[in-house]
Write a protein of this length. Sequence first.
Length: 113
Amino acid sequence: QVQLVESGGGLVQPGGSLRVACVAPGSIFRFDDMGWYRQAPGKERELVAVISRGGSTTYGDSVKGRFTISKDNAKNTVYLQMNSLKPEDTAVYYCNAQRVNYWGKGTLVTVSS
């Protein structure tokens, strides 16, 4: 079974920063666009950011200017750098391989004082 494995979640104060990471199998990572989504309690899952195979990026409106998606092809890893975090960023963050639609199990990010 294909596994996408997220890491790096945790508790951070408002205004702080956090970086989450997702490792994917090379067979997926090299040929697919990779995305981050999030789901807050009682809300639908929403797009956070996507990075294409060529490195172009797309962001959800609520995170533009604060979050940055990047990837390390040598490590088959996609990152989400989150700055200026707000309590409303609290959610489970999921990694997704776009074309094959594989998902990780998620990592919880909690923004609270």
